[in-house]
Design a binder for this molecule. Structure first.
Ligand code: GLC
Ligand code: CA
Length: 529
């Protein structure tokens, strides 16, 4: 049984925009809101009906917008609040939804609340952050170094789970809860349709268990944000790095009024021991992880967030697929593996034309705070060449480079020199070249999304795994009201696959027309019965 609310969400196909690198319309080398508006028809043509816009608020940009100085205003470089209003109205005209990025765990140190808070121990904002005379534990910042910073002005330490310029908000203070509720309401009143909630598992700390996430008040806090009648209808996806299944279920069961769904990262971790080191593991483990999630979500009427790429990881195709000779084949195979499942597809900019990792020889060509900090740390234990290799593999700048729309000047991203170096392969891998190619990843994505949109069996159908553990493939079925689809994705060099069916192949990436037989690497067949 699928609830009506979930049926609505299951029809979403969400495209993640990293605004800084998406499309520059005023020639300053930085992507902007008008640049997103300009590409709405393109996204519509792809088959997308919602956008998750990474933070575009006022920010000093230490963490590219995840350090917010004003939750209710737009970064000058990106445009104005009026531009965002226009974006919303242009999207709604096209029947598209806008999902904003909500960053509730921390602000920028430039935020008015922090400026006030650090002034004294007894001002109205003094308890908006976690202040102590001594560090309370040995928590580490995600961007290297201690998570506690001494502030001269106040003469105390404050907590920052990320950069020192990203102080953690104190959610134990009811005023903070109210402030973020108001931020949510502000954007909902403006017309936005949902939120992606940054590191949501961290807004309650578990001091007793010595953990900076999944604290005892987490559910209450999330419920305070999204369980209210006013916002109950919106779509919310939480970023959640912890993998406790019961927790996940409790967050995303509709009746609890918490989140619509959660990003889970275990399938990203299985290619790498850390984000920066590849592990020789195959797509089989990815299959097992996502198949488990499908079964669990189905049993409990939950929504699976279907994604491979985002702004925080190297490109999935470079981590888990073949980004060289078989780039088209593996890009399309990954699309079939993920986007015909039950859940909400998320596509990260550039993924729809098979963009890979980028390669750079010097750390000077990187911008991201995590990459730059960890590079220094790597260099303490290895040669610069080894360190840069790791950075090239795992850097968050891989997906953050200016979009390659064309093979022309600045990849068609901007008339001016872009804010950061272009992708190293933009002349070869760009939208224009892809669309003119016989093997077009874009066209395959468009076809997959059309199949999804037009078939209830793909939107709502039951999932069943056909492959056995030892098989080097992912074969699954989707069934709904007597109608069935079979999806075959082969991970091996060459494999004999035989499936009993009287159905027809409606899409494949090698031009295949007979279901059973020899499958080539990353070969896909989608069969309708
Ligand atoms: C999330 C964001 C990431 C950011 C961090 C701190 O993980 O996705 O980009 O650096 O939170 O806000
Ligand atoms: Ca611009």
């Amino acid at each position: 049984m699928i609830s009506e609310q979930y049926k609505k969400f299951l029809s979403y196909v969400i495209y993640q925009v990293y605004p800084r690198s998406f499309n520059d319309t005023n020639g300053d080398g930085i992507g902007d809101i008008n640049g997103v508006i300009e590409k709405l028809d393109y996204l519509k043509e792809l088959g997308v009906n919602a956008i998750w816009l990474c933070p575009c608020y006022k920010s000093p940009n230490d963490d590219n917008g995840y350090d917010i100085a004003d939750y209710r205003d737009i970064m000058d470089e990106f445009g104005t609040l009026d531009d965002v209003k226009r974006l919303i109205s242009e999207m709604h005209k096209r029947d598209m939804k806008l999902i904003m990025d909500l960053v509730p765990n921390h602000t920028s140190s430039e935020h008015e609340w922090f400026k006030q808070s650090r002034m004294s121990k007894d001002n109205p904002y003094s308890d908006y952050y976690y202040w102590f005379d001594e560090p309370q534990n040995d928590w580490q910042s995600c961007f290297c170094g201690s998570a506690w910073e001494y502030d001269e002005q106040r003469g105390q330490y404050y907590l920052h789970s990320y950069a020192p310029s990203q102080p953690d908000l104190n959610w134990e203070n009811p005023k903070v809860v109210k402030e973020i509720q108001d931020v949510v309401d502000f954007w909902v009143d403006l017309g936005v349709d949902g939120f992606r909630c940054d590191v949501i598992d961290q807004i309650s700390k578990d001091w007793e268990r010595n953990s900076n996430c999944f604290g005892p008040q987490l559910h209450d806090h999330i419920h305070a944000l999204f369980g209210r009648d006013k916002v109950r209808h919106i779509f919310t996806v939480g970023e959640c790095w912890a993998g406790d299944i019961d927790e996940i279920v409790r967050h995303s069961a509709y009746e609890r009024g918490e989140l619509s769904t959660l990003f889970q990262f275990d399938h990203l971790a299985c290619g790498c021991t850390t984000k920066f080191r590849k592990k020789p593991e195959s797509l089989k483990s990815v299959r097992d992880i996502i198949a488990n999630w499908q079964t669990l979500n189905q049993e409990r009427d939950l929504i699976h967030a279907l994604f491979t790429d985002n702004h925080d990881n190297g490109r999935f195709i470079s981590r888990m697929g073949n980004d060289g000779e078989l780039r088209y084949e593996s890009a399309t195979c990954l699309a079939a593996m993920f986007y015909l499942l039950r859940g909400v597809p998320f596509i990260y900019q550039g993924q729809e034309f098979g963009l890979t990792n980028s390669h750079h020889d010097s750390i000077d060509e990187f911008d991201d705070i995590e990459s730059v900090n960890i590079y220094k740390y790597f260099c303490e234990n290895m040669t610069p060449e080894e360190a840069i290799e790791k950075i090239n593999f795992g850097s968050r700048d891989n997906p953050r480079r200016p979009m390659s729309w064309t093979a022309g000047k600045n990849g068609g991203f901007s008339d001016a020199e872009p804010w950061m170096p272009l992708h190293s392969r933009y002349k070869e891998i760009n939208l224009e070249t892809d669309r003119n190619s016989e093997k077009s990843v874009f066209k395959f994505y468009r076809d997959i999304l059309k199949i999804r949109r037009e078939n209830d069996a793909i939107l709502y159908g039951d999932f069943e795994l056909v492959s056995k553990k030892e098989d080097g493939n992912f074969i699954f079925t989707r069934t709904y009201e007597g109608k069935r689809f079979i999806v075959i994705c082969n991970f091996e060099e060459e494999a004999e696959i035989s499936v009993e069916t009287n159905g027809k192949i409606i899409l494949s990436n090698y031009g295949r027309d007979i279901v059973s037989g020899t499958y080539r690497p990353y070969e896909v067949a989608i069969i309708e019965e």
